[in-house]
Ligand binder design. Structure first.
Ligand SMILES: Nc1ncnc2c1ncn2[C@@H]1O[C@H](COP(=O)(O)OP(=O)(O)O)[C@@H](O)[C@H]1O
Ligand SMILES: Nc1ccn([C@@H]2O[C@H](COP(=O)(O)OP(=O)(O)O)[C@@H](O)[C@H]2O)c(=O)n1
Length: 176
């Protein structure tokens, strides 16, 4: 590691539950400081998509490239389900651990958001953030996916809003 601003290694680890705002904060921090940003959920989504296309999970994880993360279909509910299926496989997690650690130590600084980032992936990160949303804030996640909504907000009085498809609001403002 050198002191040159161009080659400095600086890792920001952001953890928290689904739809808590990790990616939003991660992108903002990366933009502000000129760091690279990695939404680690995309790695699992990309592997899941390749496995859905017939690849072996471990091979797909080992062969993952940054270009794979640019696929247009990774934000779909199907890709999310495929991601959850491959995320339980130890060999997939091991391969993606390497990918994430290489990304974290790239010159110029890096922000990673997801699960286990500050504990397992980047225990030596210079900055660690844990992001949560209060039950009231849980409404901001509405519109993303049903499971995330339920995990975010345990308040039964919010559920009819989600199930009825009522747009999420925050401070009187419609968010979606
Ligand atoms: N501070 C905030 N106030 C209002 N809405 C927010 C805030 N942070 C995030 N959101 C919204 O909440 C949703 C989930 O945010 P996202 O950053 O994708 O979460 P995560 O990366 O934790 O899954 C998005 O629709 C985003 O626009
Ligand atoms: N660091 C990570 C990120 C995602 N994942 C898995 O990948 C899935 C998709 O992650 P995501 O962040 O895109 O989606 P959400 O579940 O947060 O909405 C998660 O549901 C987890 O199963 C993981 O195991 N570890």
């Amino acid at each position: 590691m050198t002191n040159s601003p161009d080659s400095a290694q600086f890792t920001v680890a952001i953890d928290g539950p689904a739809a808590a705002g990790k990616g939003t904060i991660g992108r903002a921090v990366a933009d502000r400081f000129g760091f690279a940003h990695l939404d680690t959920g995309l790695l699992y989504r990309a592997v899941g998509a390749k496995v859905a296309g017939g690849m072996d999970p471990a091979a797909a994880a080992r062969a993952l490239t940054p270009e794979d993360l640019a696929r247009g279909d990774l934000r779909s509910a199907e890709a999310g389900q495929a991601a959850s299926r491959v995320a339980v496989l130890p060999e997939v997690r091991a391969a993606l651990l390497d990918f994430q650690r290489r990304f974290a130590r790239r010159p110029g600084g890096a922000v990673l958001d997801g699960r286990d980032i500050g504990t397992v992936i980047c225990p030596a990160a210079e900055v660690k953030l844990y992001v949560t949303a209060s039950p009231k804030c849980g409404r901001i996640g509405a519109g993303r996916n049903w499971a995330a909504r339920r995990r975010l907000c345990p308040m039964p009085r919010c559920w009819p809003r989600w199930w009825s498809g009522t747009p999420a609001t925050w401070g009187g403002r419609t968010l979606r």
